[in-house]
Design a protein around this ligand. Sequence first.
Ligand SMILES: [Zn+2]
Length: 456
Amino acid sequence: MTDDALTPDQIQQIRDRVAGLMPQVRADLEQLVRIPSVSASSFDQSQVARSAEAVADLLRREGLDVEIVVEGGRPAVIGHIDGPEGAPTVTLYAHHDVQPPGDETDWDSAPFEPEERGGRLYGRGAADDKAGVMAHVAALRAHSGNLPVGVTVFVEGEEEFGSASLPQILEKHGHRLSADAIVIADSGNWAIGEPALTTTLRGGVRAVVRVQTLDHSVHSGMYGGAAPDAVTALNRLLASLHDDDGSVAVKGLDEGTAADLDYDEARFREESGLLDGVDLIGTGSILTRLWNKPSITTIGMDVTSVDKASNTLAARAAAKVSMRLAPTQDPGAAFELLKQHLLDHAPWGAKVTVELEEHGSGFAADADGPIYDEARASFADAWGTAPVDMGVGGSIPFISDFVARFPDASIIVTGVEDPDTRAHGANESLHLGEFEKVCVAEAVFLARLGALRTAH
Ligand SMILES: [Zn+2]
């Protein structure tokens, strides 16, 4: 591809146009926030249908051909508008459903009644992810009548409820979502004034390990000291999963290194609530440990509870183990390594079985090439500073569905969140100044992408 770069004047025009559009974009965002589109089953699903309709309307007004699709789950919205002949294509993803509000008394203003305080707009979905929806709409409006690229908008309706029907939606409608670039606006930036592209996510494995040492439970006075109990054996087994410094002891797992961003131990201690005197575990920079290395946590155990305890050697015990995986790690291979480790470390010949409960792939963007270059340049145009590469220690499971379905697309994970957004929590909010920059970056990105032409 060749690049007919935009002039500084053209970029300034886009900034000015977006600035002029923001009052209406904000008003439309508030309308979306007023619809309590909670996708969890115990909530009124007619509200999710209403929000799908509202999103469809917004896209229709920008000239897109719009369809609401339902493939066994919540309604998703797909809209498309052609670009100039031969222009690149882009698919813009966001979701219109939201998390439940939780306990409303924890909110300082009603969750579905947007309210501005201190430059932030408060409300459930004000950031996650109705602002993502509106960033796409704002970018379309900035190029109204003169779109430089072909655009497909895909707004999911059940991201907060596990994206269960996404595979069917991709199966049936995926051909319409195929594009040169896919912008997934469901993450965030590193800090206020510091833009980021989310280039890695960790994957995960959950497994259940069961230990048996006796045919049946027996009296600890009569047999204790010679026969091992299953709870003690299980605990020794779980202890084998970490080295003395807390690093994961399972051999053969992938590891990477995070970008060198400013994140010190004091901040980590504050944000995680780690108690004074308790050590950090693992090695490498804190962000490397959180984003690019595996971690293992015991998240549940089946053992006799303290108040039901009696003088008994337990015959059986079980634990659920959660592993977070380096972004490049194959989760099936990681499970096999975990399983082999547990079988190899069975103490005292205890019978150990390991079952896979669930696994999901991480994401490591192929963050090079002309499309990524234009994305980085667009962020720099909007913020005046280049974006950093950020990781996320958790998973956004649907992203791996996109990677699998569209292996040739540049997948660019962006978003409106900042460290104070409190997505999913009480008092979720959107920083309005940063939101405008997100809209500018996306509008500039469409223009920059349009200026890329496939070389002949
Ligand atoms: Zn989200």
